[in-house]
Design a protein around this ligand. Structure first.
Ligand SMILES: [Zn+2]
Ligand SMILES: [Zn+2]
Length: 329
């Protein structure tokens, strides 16, 4: 006799697209210029709709309820999950298991991947403005060179990861945008630097950003200039509940076969599903959509991202299976 373990379980799909011009020549390519489902959130939505159809057909076979959440704005900081969590209808659910699914083109179609515990990183956006005193490049004694200060800051800031971070805690500091905007013979007044800091420990995240601020400001001052660090705080790290994840892993093996359920590495990408994992037993797992033989291998957020569509049936069926299994012992 099967007994009920949880009365309610929530399944989440995100629905938003990205500002990318699609380069695929496929029937379901985006018809809107500079808007593309390059993170597969359309596949998540389609899977969850199929899941709904299955659950309705099977509703006499299980007790409890399954809440389907179609969440907007996953790609836009501060993240749509923040607004969902503040909604009355969501608060009324209380603490319940949350399950989320995301496509991954580096996992072959037919397979899924799980990871217990810390899985994805926190993400903060960094905006640095380094100020000096510009002038003629031939007369350095009359200027304070913000390009040189910025160069030192970029190198020194890596101490955060290589010297100050616990080596057992994943940390990434990357600067992808540096604008000096002087000329061959012109030193500018200021340099802007933009980057991201990612980790998997909320205490270290806070300390690291404080240390970074101290390091960049004092270094600039020591060189006669100044540096202002502005931080746009992004998503927290994503932690999968060990008990729920191990249960789902077993159920997924029953559904797909042992050989089709992979153990995943930690991943330094960020996801606003992380907010749900802070106060609920939650699991975010990966759905394989890649197919090298069909030349479907482009990464997430690229103009040629695509999925093997057979993943949709599997994704919808698996979500329904996992939801029902989570409601039953
Ligand atoms: Zn994305
Ligand atoms: Zn995504």
């Amino acid at each position: 006799m099967e007994t009920r373990k949880s009365k309610t379980v929530l399944l989440r799909s995100d629905i938003d697209a990205l500002p990318i011009q699609e380069q695929n020549n496929i029937a379901y390519a985006s018809k809107t210029a500079d808007v593309m489902h390059a993170c597969g959130h359309d596949a998540h939505s389609a899977s969850l709709l199929l899941c709904a159809k299955i659950l309705i057909e099977l509703k006499g076979d299980f007790a409890g309820s399954v809440k389907l959440l179609f969440q907007p704005a996953e790609e836009l900081s501060p993240g749509g999950a923040i607004s969902v969590i503040k909604e009355k209808a969501y608060i009324a659910l209380g603490t319940i298991p949350h399950i989320g699914q995301h496509v991954r083109p580096d996992i072959p179609v037919g397979k899924v991947g799980f990871r217990s515990g810390k899985f994805m990183a926190s993400m903060d956006e960094l905006f640095l403005t380094v100020k000096g005193k510009g002038g003629h490049a031939a007369m350095p004694e009359k200027i304070i060179d913000p390009v040189l200060i910025a160069s030192h800051i970029i190198v020194a800031a890596q101490q955060l990861v290589s010297r100050m971070a616990d080596p057992k805690t994943p940390s990434v500091l990357s600067f992808g945008k540096v604008i000096a905007n002087g000329a061959i013979n012109v030193i500018p007044n200021e340099v802007s630097i933009e980057g991201t800091f990612r980790t998997m420990d909320e205490d270290w995240r806070k300390i690291a950003l404080e240390k970074l601020n101290k390091l960049v400001t004092t270094m600039a001052e020591a060189m006669g200039g100044s540096c202002e660090l502005k931080i746009n705080h992004g998503y927290p790290h994503l932690k999968n509940d060990s008990t729920l994840t191990e249960d789902l892993r077993i159920h997924a093996k029953d559904y797909l076969g042992e050989e089709n359920v992979e153990e995943l590495d930690q991943w330094m990408a960020a996801e606003d599903f992380a907010y749900y994992t802070q106060n609920n037993p939650a699991c975010f797992y990966m759905l394989g959509v890649g197919n090298v033989e069909k030349n479907i291998a482009s990464g997430l957020h690229t103009p040629t991202f695509n999925i093997d569509e057979s993943a949709l049936e599997l994704g919808g069926g698996l979500m329904a299976w996992l939801a029902i299994k989570t409601l039953l012992v």
